[in-house]
Design a protein around this ligand. Sequence first.
Ligand SMILES: CSC[C@H]1O[C@H](OP(=O)(O)O)[C@H](O)[C@@H]1O
Length: 336
Amino acid sequence: MPQLQSRSLRIHADALEYLDQTRLPQAESWERIDSLAAWQAAVKRLAIRGAPLIGLSAAFTLAHYAKAYPDADWQAASDALRATRPTAVNLMYCLDALEACFDAGADALWARALALFEEDRALCLAMAERGADLLRDGDRVLTHCNTGALATAGVGTAIGALAVAKSRGLKLHVYVDETRPLLQGGRLTAWEMADLGIDYQLICDSMAASLMAAGKVDKIMVGADRICANGDFANKVGTYMLAVLAHYHQVPFYVVAPYTTVDAACATGAEIPIEQRDGAEVRGVAGAFGEVNWAPTDAPVWNPAFDVTPAALVTGWVLDTGVFDAAAIGRGEHCP
Ligand SMILES: CSC[C@H]1O[C@H](OP(=O)(O)O)[C@H](O)[C@@H]1O
């Protein structure tokens, strides 16, 4: 019986189980993590994904490692986890938090990991409430990638706002970007929309422009992997395209994230490390549904996992502590 669990994590005293997100929606397959390498492999292939979830699962993996290997080099272990995916700052936030407890021993790491998990669960609900406050009955909302319960310890970030709005009785229609190349929208958000009973339509990323031109989108809500001190932010590739379109079509564009996604040490988006991923992800696709390659096997590929949206294109930053403009983020007003 897990001590704690979320939609995609089961936390035991000595191990972690995760819902393999590469196999959704066709299969709900739970896998076990019992080593640093197992966590790294799961995160690298996005079986574990989503900025908050990456950080939280790393925290428990490090805490388990410290308990199992009290005389090992915990800093080297933390450094190995930190290097796995460079863009989502929640990973660094969680590992920094555990490293600050090294002198207090393994039990302190475990307690800190539990606190981080409960913190994220609370942050999700807080930001979801604020995001839902921005929605109106009948709104047609466009989302990108996946920002639901699968990616966090709680109700999610942008999708959390949709879930809370639905629980308040608002009728929404959600356009779900399939989100090439790994299809987090088509596979995971569509699955979560059905689970939440929210009316939605799945679209190809290339269809978003025509939707906005037809006046069919009232708001856009996306997540974030790292928000800079000036409000620039990194999110799944394709987000910047939506922001430019939203600006042109005067559609309100919101980023929804916990305060733990804000990196005050990162002055502007130019400083965000953008993860470059294997070209095979663009030449074809694989999952529980099977595998197919449509491009020439030697087709050269450019595959950045994220892109950066400048603060000037953002209507508001919806955090657990409130809804802010770029200047307020820069003044640190979002900090609890
Ligand atoms: C609440 S998850 C935030 C963020 O993480 C996703 O990236 P990935 O699927 O590569 O882990 C996506 O950018 C979401 O918006």
